[in-house]
Write a protein that binds this ligand. Structure first.
Ligand SMILES: *Cc1c(COP(=O)(O)O)cnc(C)c1O
Length: 397
């Protein structure tokens, strides 16, 4: 494959994906909504001032375009019932016979679940804890083969709490281009960056490799129950359109659930008119919580946090089992912690990281501090030698 030739206006050769899940074309052909959606996409919004349609898609396209060096076409945006729905759609769309996708580890487990359910093979590449959780790009290249169609990144990252630099995103795009695959960029935490690196949308590099941007209002606007998200082709060369990936997304969407209509109606105002003070305030609260979390974790001997969180609402921390007595693994740790201290932490195993913990700091600061204090007591109580000491003195906690 001559992947160096990929790119350029409308050029599709060299990209490995395409001919998306053939079942969707059949399913979509039975759907009036899919047919009507295609007609809607023929509308020429530029020359006709009369308001017709795609009001909501227009709003999302405008929202995304503000931060990109090109304009996203409303016809390349599909609204979904939350970002999870977007994940479901993308994993289903890419499930052509024999295809595989590359997913991050640790990751957001829904990608693997949805891929499995669609019969799409998935393979995990590592995020590197000692390199600020950047993508192991050599690992990506080693994993990919002729049937690889896409790689997924989550930025800002759940569960690691990292934010990728512009430079790293550029390298991801170059790797995708070399492999002839698309990048699926989950940006549901867009702008939830409170460290030194600003959030940069992957779509900035959409001319290097085609990018499907997934997003939604659940996190930034803190309305997870409103179920409104989107899939947008941030792909100035139109490769995803030419390869009929957008068509497949529309086919799936047409036979799937609808986003809540009154939230759709409110979307243009939500996206364009939310007071900046709301975001500044929310970011300030989360930043402070991240600070508390990181400092408090430093006090706990059996838990180490390799990288201070600078985005999203989560952080990964490593469990040092060798310093604990009678704790088998991360699941055992979390089970006993819940039982003895009424503190709930997500074991890393569920995210592909055995003996790690995923901690969310998006909780009330008082509760967060209290919960981590109880975790500290738990660790002290279960530390090697504590049983012996307890026989001699009073317990540490
Ligand atoms: C929360 C989350 C989603 C799902 O968002 P909803 O809009 O609530 O469905 C998707 N991806 C990641 C990484 C998330 O953390």
């Amino acid at each position: 494959m001559e992947s160096g030739g990929a790119g350029g206006e409308g050029e599709t050769a060299g990209w490995r994906f395409g001919a998306a899940n053939p079942a969707l074309a059949v399913a979509g052909s039975q759907s009036i909504r899919a047919a009507v959606t295609r007609i809607y996409r023929c509308l020429d919004g530029s020359g006709d001032a009369r308001p017709v349609t795609f009001l909501f898609q227009n709003a999302v396209a405008a929202h995304l375009s503000r931060e990109l060096p090109y304009a996203v076409s409303p016809a390349d945006v599909v609204l979904t019932a939350g970002c999870n729905h977007a994940v479901e759609i993308m994993m289903s769309v890419l499930a052509s016979p024999g295809a595989n996708v590359l997913l991050p580890r640790p990751g957001y487990p829904l990608y693997a679940s949805r891929a499995a359910l669609s019969g799409l093979e998935f393979r995990h590449f590592d995020l590197l804890p000692d390199s600020e959780w950047e993508v192991d790009l050599a690992g990506v290249e080693a994993l990919a083969d002729a049937n690889t169609v896409a790689m997924v990144i989550v930025n800002p990252n759940n569960p690691c709490g990292c934010v990728y630099s512009r430079d790293h995103l550029a390298k991801i795009a170059e790797t995708a281009r070399k492999l002839g695959i698309m990048v699926i960029s989950d940006e549901v935490y867009d702008h939830f960056a409170f460290g030194s690196k600003p959030f940069v949308p992957m779509g900035v590099f959409g001319d290097v490799a085609p990018v499907m941007t997934l997003g939604g209002i659940s996190k930034r606007w803190m309305v997870p129950g409103w179920r409104l998200g989107w899939i947008a082709a941030t792909d100035p060369n139109g490769i995803l359109r030419n390869k009929k990936i957008i068509d497949s997304v529309i086919d799936y969407r047409a036979i799937s659930v609808d986003p809540v209509t009154f939230v759709q109606g409110a979307l243009p105002d939500i996206l364009a008119k939310t007071d900046d003070a709301f975001f500044t305030n929310a970011l300030g609260v989360v930043k402070k919580a991240a600070e508390i979390c990181y400092e408090k974790l430093k006090e706990i001997d059996c838990i180490t946090c390799p990288h201070k969180p600078e985005g999203s609402m989560f952080v990964m921390a490593k469990l040092d089992l060798s310093s604990l007595d009678g704790i088998e693994d991360d699941v055992d740790f979390c089970s006993k912690l819940a039982k003895e201290e009424s503190v709930v932490i997500c074991p890393g195993s569920g995210l592909g990281m055995k003996n790690w913990l995923r901690i969310t700091f998006a909780v009330d600061p008082q509760l967060l501090e209290d919960g981590l204090e109880r975790t500290k007591c738990f660790c002290k109580r279960h530390a090697w030698g504590t049983k012996f000491l307890m026989m001699m003195t009073r317990p540490p906690c």
